[in-house]
Unconditional design. Structure first.
Length: 224
């Protein structure tokens, strides 16, 4: 596996196939915990840890897991790592674990993790599977941080709990509610799609111009 393949995997995870902003996976937990940036960060790191570890183990065991029970086996593996992450957070970051609440153990049924297990880890060797877990986890974490930053800054007037605007600022309270979460996510998805379309248009225009230049060179008469 070369550097180009690694960069492509990270590009897919961060932009082209971002789990939340492009594939729209893991929406329930994402909308529930992104009222603050700190909650978004804790959830993103927890999901990334489970993604990397489960991808690695599933990749190592992919030849030994029977086809008929593969989904059940994946869920058992994922639930084991979720339990480990939950125990570590309860031991060393109890306040963060309390803030995430029920959504921390519910990582077990997060479709991002099960989807990467089925679509990638079960078909690839350990190193690409680890990188895929990091890439998808990083993309999910960045999406959560964007969502959480917008909602906390505009909805509460703070960032990581630090007040930014003073007493005169009137928070947009709806952004801290479920409807505000849906609206913010919709705007972010629309922005990502707009940027992707612009990039594709520029790439296509550049390719067309290059093709036209080459064609013009071919029809130019040779020096007499």
């Amino acid at each position: 596996m070369n550097a180009k393949d690694i960069l492509l995997q990270f590009k897919n995870g961060l932009f082209d196939r971002n789990p939340l902003l492009v594939q729209v996976l893991g929406v329930c937990a994402s909308l529930a915990i992104t009222t603050t940036v700190s909650n978004s960060l804790y959830m993103g790191l927890a999901v990334t840890a489970v993604l990397v570890c489960s991808n690695l183990l599933i990749s190592l065991l992919r030849r030994f897991i029977p086809e008929q029970v593969r989904i059940a086996a994946y869920i058992v593996i994922i639930s084991g790592f979720v339990t480990i992450v939950e125990m570590v957070m309860n031991a060393y970051m109890p306040s963060a674990a309390a803030k995430l609440g029920i959504f921390l153990p519910l990582i077990v049924v997060n479709c991002i993790i099960l989807g990467r297990a089925e679509a990638f880890a079960s078909k690839n060797t350990p190193l690409p599977s680890i990188i895929d877990g990091f890439a998808m986890g990083a993309g999910f974490t960045i999406a959560l941080l964007l969502l959480g930053a917008i909602r906390e800054i505009l909805g509460s007037g703070s960032f990581f709990g630090i007040q930014l605007f003073g007493q005169s600022y009137t928070p947009i309270g709806i952004l801290t509610s479920p409807p505000g979460a849906f609206m913010t996510l919709g705007c972010l998805i629309a922005l990502i799609q707009y940027l992707k379309d612009r990039l594709q248009s520029k790439t296509k225009a550049s390719a067309d111009q290059t093709h036209k230049d080459v064609k013009n060179k071919e029809v130019e008469p040779n020096d007499l």
